[in-house]
Every structure is written in structure tokens, then in C-alpha cells.
Write a protein that binds this ligand. Structure first.
Ligand code: 13P
Ligand code: 13P
Ligand code: MG
Ligand code: MG
Length: 397
């Protein structure tokens, strides 16, 4: 087996009753399109998944990243799902398909993509992280914990293949630049950047062991879309390779035991805690949230996928749904307490994002409509003093 590419391409092309979940028929038609893609030899295998209202296509092939045929196939699958959404009059039908036609590459057209190419190991375990109601840099904190915090990943201490650490590729979404930083030696420099989630997002992580290579990749498409204009809110996904010199599955899920606050909840404009959810329970029904994280585990073998299905069959795989485990109930309770707490701030900071980070807002219109009503403060003070004491104390006028 040579190199295999794992492509995870996601989009929101419509949902039932607001931004809750896609209609099952949408997932079904996407699956049919990908099945034809397997028959045509475009991809080897696939899985259709979702988190909240975002559909994820997880595909294997040997065509490398950014491949036009593979991206076109994903585009066709999303277009078919969008047609169903339109027919049923679903909310936001076709919302992430920003163009009428496909042109070369899905990047810049709306959907997000996390793709990685690697030499398949004898056992190649993977976790796909799917998020809803947040943005790519929400992954900064958990990824820093997984790959650079020995109090999360004991493997950094006791596995000689991980002991030297990892290399982080970070993008500056405002300047459209990237930097490679090594941990542990540049850990504090790394944190100086990625703690600012308004500007920096982790794109890739590499093992320092050359024979391992890529460790993780995050979808950051919309971040650099439309030069100069920040359109960062895009429910992100990530692909993570596991074990044998890379973090164990449990080290990858561990950071989600802390319901960190992430941005992008309700109207893309609020902070909220990440709620670890089973895929089938990821419907965002509490104030359009709270932000969700789903973790799906599977194996890649000979360029195909293996889950827990009875008989591995192309396109019919069942992943291990990590957060379906009741062990996560305690975390969900913590997250919901935080969700209810922060919601009580209503439209006040810190529950809502600062004006420049709001996904959409009518504030500029409100500001311009009321612009003339704002008086000079000092003059207004004098004016009201005069009004108040008219004819009595102000005798020198
Ligand atoms: P690996 O060395 O195969 O990654 O196994 C470590 C492990 O998962 C023990 O929990
Ligand atoms: P999505 O980004 O998941 O479509 O949600 C939009 C929103 O603002 C929900 O309140
Ligand atoms: Mg939506
Ligand atoms: Mg969404």
C-alpha cells in the first residue's frame, strides 16, 4: 500500500427547524453520490457523518490533497443534499455553496476541508473531530493540550517516539501568513500566538519523527477567504492520527473533559462551552447550541475504512462514537451549567463577542440611524444645567 489521502470535507447545506440538523434524506442522497464516486474510481471508500447542522464527508483515495475530482465529487454530494433541502423548504438550503458552479477546488467555494496524506501504518487508527457553532481556532486549546501538554498526554513523557515533541503549523488569518513552531522548545512562543483565537489558528501538526509525518489537520478554509475580509466563523472539523508514536485515542479526547468556552454560538455571536455529544445527539437545540464536539473513531486499512459494522462494506461504516459513552455525562452536566450561567448575561459581554467578531450584526445601521442623537457630552452637560436652573441661579447670562 502506497500513500493514502484522507479527505474530510464539510458543509452546512440546510437544516430542519433552524440550525439544528440536516434532514436524513440529505445524508442519504450525499451517500448515493459518493457511492457513484467509488464506482467511478474517484475515491476508494467513504463515510457520511454530521455534527449539528453540518454534514461531513470522510473519504479515502490515492489522489492527494486538493484533488479536483475528489473536491468536485464532494461538491456534487453537497449540491444533491442542497436540492433535497430546497425541495423540502429547509432552513438555509444551500447556505455553504457560495458559487453556482464548481471551479477546480472546493477551497473558497464555501465548504471546509481537512485533508492529510500519509504512508499507511500496519494499524492506522483515526479520530475525526466534528464541531458545530464554533470556528476553527476553537481547536487551538485542545490541540495544544494534546500535542504539547504532558499533563494531558503522558505519551510525551513515556513514549520515546513522542518524547521529542511536535511541529505546529499556525496560520495568521488577518495577514494570510503561516509559521512553523516546534514544541516543547518553542511552547511559550506558540502559546503567545494561539491563545489569540481571533487571529491565529492551528492548521497542521507534524510528528518530529520523519517516518510518521502528519499528525493532525484542521479545516480553516474560510479564514483566508476573501483577502482582507474576516469571515472566520465556520464550524470546523479535524482529522487526527492516533497511537504508535502519536497520541492515544484517550489523550485526544481528554481535553474535551474541560468544557472550554469557544466562540460562535447563537448567530455566530456568543461564547459558549463545548458540549461533547454523540453524533445522533448533536442537534443544537439549546439556544442554537451549545457549541458541539463529536469524535468519531475508525481505522484505515488498505486505503479503505473500518468501523464497527458487521461486515465492512464501502460507504456503510459505523464509527466508534466516543462521546456516546455515558462516562461523558459528567462533562455534559458541567457544560450545561456553564451554558445556562453564561446565557444569563443576555446581550452583554462577556456572553456576546466584541463588535468586530460578531458574525452578522445590525449594529452599524443602529449606529448610523442614531448618529445625530449623540450630543457632545460637555455641551450637553451645560445645556441641561441651564435648563435646570433657568431664571433662578444662572443670573449672569
Ligand atoms: P501505542 O504505543 O500503540 O500508541 O499504545 C499506547 C496506548 O494506547 C496505551 O494506552
Ligand atoms: P450554523 O453556523 O451552524 O449554521 O449556525 C448559525 C447560527 O447562527 C445559529 O444561531
Ligand atoms: Mg446552519
Ligand atoms: Mg453549523
Amino acid at each position: 500500500m502506497g500513500k493514502v489521502t484522507l479527505s474530510l470535507i464539510k458543509a452546512d447545506v440546510g437544516s430542519v427547524a433552524g440550525h439544528t440538523r440536516p434532514h436524513p434524506k440529505m445524508m442519504e442522497v450525499a451517500k448515493e453520490v459518493l457511492k457513484d464516486g467509488v464506482k467511478a474510481g474517484t475515491i476508494n471508500d467513504f463515510m457520511v457523518a454530521r455534527c449539528g447542522d453540518d454534514i461531513s464527508l470522510i473519504m479515502t483515495h490515492e489522489k492527494g490533497e486538493n484533488n479536483e475530482q475528489v473536491h468536485k465529487l464532494a461538491w456534487d454530494a453537497f449540491s444533491a443534499a442542497a436540492e433535497v433541502a430546497k425541495k423540502f423548504g429547509l432552513y438555509g438550503a444551500g447556505q455553504d455553496l457560495l458559487s453556482d458552479a464548481f471551479s477546480g477546488n472546493i477551497r473558497g467555494l464555501g465548504p471546509g476541508a481537512a485533508e492529510m496524506t500519509f504512508e499507511e501504518r500496519p494499524s492506522e487508527p483515526i479520530i475525526a473531530l466534528l464541531a458545530d457553532k464554533t470556528e476553527p481556532s476553537a481547536f487551538n486549546l485542545p490541540l495544544a493540550r494534546i500535542y504539547a501538554d504532558p499533563f494531558t498526554t503522558t505519551g510525551l513523557v513515556i513514549d520515546s517516539r513522542m518524547h521529542e515533541g511536535f511541529i505546529f503549523e499556525v496560520v495568521d488569518v488577518k495577514e494570510n501568513k503561516r509559521i512553523l513552531l516546534k514544541t516543547p522548545e518553542e511552547l511559550h512562543d506558540l502559546l503567545a500566538f494561539i491563545g489569540d483565537i481571533t487571529r491565529y489558528a492551528i492548521k497542521r501538526i507534524y510528528s518530529k519523527q520523519e517516518n510518521i509525518g502528519i499528525a493532525a489537520v484542521v479545516s480553516t478554509e474560510k479564514l483566508s477567504l476573501l483577502a482582507g475580509k474576516y469571515v472566520g466563523k465556520d464550524d470546523p472539523v479535524a482529522l487526527i492520527r492516533l497511537q504508535s508514536g502519536l497520541p492515544a485515542a484517550g489523550e485526544v479526547t481528554q481535553p474535551f473533559a474541560f468544557p472550554a468556552l469557544v466562540s460562535g454560538w447563537m448567530r455566530g455571536s456568543h461564547w459558549g462551552p463545548w458540549l461533547p455529544s454523540a453524533m445522533d445527539y448533536s442537534n443544537t437545540t439549546f439556544y442554537d447550541g451549545p457549541p458541539r464536539i463529536v469524535a468519531l473513531g475508525f481505522q484505515v486499512k488498505d486505503g479503505k475504512l473500518i468501523g464497527i459494522e458487521e461486515e465492512p462494506k464501502v460507504g456503510e461504516h459505523k464509527p466508534v462514537d466516543f462521546f456516546a459513552d455515558p462516562a461523558w455525562d459528567k462533562v455534559r452536566h458541567m457544560a450545561m451549567e456553564q451554558a445556562i450561567y453564561i446565557r444569563r448575561h443576555g446581550p452583554f459581554m462577556p456572553a456576546i463577542l466584541p463588535p468586530e467578531e460578531l458574525e452578522y450584526t445590525t449594529l452599524p445601521q443602529v449606529r448610523s440611524r442614531l448618529a445625530d442623537r449623540w450630543e457632545d457630552y460637555e455641551a450637553a452637560q451645560l445645556h441641561s444645567l441651564k435648563e435646570e436652573y433657568k431664571g433662578e441661579h444662572i443670573v449672569h447670562e
